[in-house]
Design a binder for this molecule. Structure first.
Ligand SMILES: *Cc1c(COP(=O)(O)O)cnc(C)c1O
Length: 415
């Protein structure tokens, strides 16, 4: 009995009884089984994986048990086509559930029913791709001109990559030490003679910077003749902010953005790359309706085939975790981030944390500590050079944060 008492809390969130494998443990292929053993060892060490925004507290055993039990693994599920079409393009489709997922999430971003469109994407990058592509098409349709894309020099690289892919002119906007776009710098590079496609960072990758959309929009409003499209890259923060008291930070109504992209495998813990993309109905109506008769004549999204399984996982989590569960998780990661920030300050270790961020930037510790805690590293001259960050995801527990602080303290004592 003592054994249970001691061991269970340590494995909490990892190996609950539900998570033990009721099916076969071994594949019979040596190379594969060896690799699984190694990966499972790494998984045991996830408690101290601090540097990356993937939640490692995943509970999908009941999903897989049902999925295999139902026989669905014998089918190819494919959500090709528009989830908001009256009839799915392909019979073996989970679009009914995809649509329910979008309908469930839409109010969290303050989209009114019938005034938005969206889909479950393949990733945050796929959502950014739709934002930039849809933005370009809308602006071109309205003005006859291609836009200039403005994005901060701290934004995720996918945004620059996508502008190259779509052959668009891009201007990087300088950021302050906090990683947020500087409104005066936007004004300096702005070309009001062409339409403007803004990509706002809602949690930049390294510093967790949230661009101040209101201040930046005020700059754009000085040029009322300039047509503007606003896309928000909210891969990580767009997951948890809607479940906190700061939900206005991601509100379409409050901020007036046209589209937003959120990753599914970050806060929402989907175990395959996936995401959510929302845009206004107006943006959707301005897209090219490429007519493909065998796909219900409605192919506005970029990809043809899309996952039929990821929407089911989202749907499953809505039932299993839902508002209450995600609210609790969102508040917990912010509390733990507060704790980490306060503790770093207490021991006199350089720390930078943006408001509402679960990404805590700090002076880079020794290589040993970086490796042990799998910290992501960065460099910024303005902040004294070598840096690292901790992304406080659901699996990053207070106990391990306390241990991390202790090790930092020891290290600074040794010097
Ligand atoms: C992770 C991340 C991305 C990329 O998202 P994927 O889902 O990995 O494609 C884009 N932008 C930001 C800010 C991110 O944190």
């Amino acid at each position: 009995m003592n054994f249970l008492k001691i061991v269970l809390p340590v494995f909490k969130g990892k190996k609950t009884t539900e998570e033990t494998n009721p099916l076969q443990k071994k594949s019979g292929y040596e190379a594969l089984d060896e690799w699984v053993d190694a990966v499972m060892k790494l998984h045991e060490a996830q408690d101290t994986c601090f540097g990356y925004p993937c939640n490692q507290d995943i509970h999908l055993m009941s999903f897989y048990a049902w999925f295999v039990g139902s026989g669905l693994q014998e089918l190819t599920l494919n959500n090709a086509g528009d989830p908001f079409s009256d009839e799915p393009a392909f019979v073996m489709s989970t679009q009914k559930f995809e649509r329910e997922v979008m309908e469930w999430f839409a109010p969290y971003y303050d989209f009114e029913p019938d005034k938005y469109w969206g889909l479950v994407t393949m990733s945050g990058t796929d959502g950014n791709s739709h934002g930039i592509y849809f933005g370009t098409t809308s602006l071109k349709r309205k003005t006859g001109k291609l836009p200039v894309v403005y994005v901060s020099d701290e934004a995720h690289y996918s945004n620059y990559r996508l502008t190259y892919l779509q052959n668009l002119d891009v201007r990087l906007v300088k950021t302050g030490v906090d990683g947020c776009m500087i409104p005066e710098e936007l004004e300096k590079v702005l070309d009001p003679s062409r339409p403007c496609l803004m990509v706002y960072a809602m949690g930049s990758t390294f510093k967790g910077a949230v661009d101040n959309q209101k201040a930046l929009n005020a700059v754009l409003e000085k040029y009322p003749e300039m047509e503007v499209y606003r896309h928000v890259d909210a891969a990580l923060f767009g997951g948890y902010l809607p479940f906190t008291e700061y939900r206005k930070m991601v509100s379409h109504k409050e901020l007036g953005y046209d589209s937003i992209s959120i990753s599914g495998h970050k806060f929402f813990s989907i175990n395959s790359p996936s995401g959510l993309f929302f845009c206004t109905r107006e943006v959707y109506d301005n897209q090219q309706d490429i007519s493909v008769p065998y796909l219900n004549n409605n192919m506005r999204m970029i990809n043809c085939s899309r996952s039929g399984i990821d929407p089911l996982k989202f749907w499953w989590f809505i039932q299993k975790i839902g508002h209450q569960g995600w609210s609790k998780e969102a508040n917990t990661i912010l509390e733990r981030s507060d704790y980490l920030e306060a503790e770093l300050k207490r021991i006199g270790w350089f720390v930078l944390r943006n408001q509402l961020s679960n990404t805590v930037v700090l002076k880079r510790p020794s290589e040993r500590i970086c490796k042990k805690y799998m910290l992501a590293t960065g460099y910024d001259e303005k902040l004294g050079g070598n840096l690292a960050h901790v992304v406080v995801m659901q699996h990053v527990r207070r106990k391990y944060l306390a241990q991390f602080i202790e090790e930092l303290q020891q290290e600074s004592g040794e010097k």
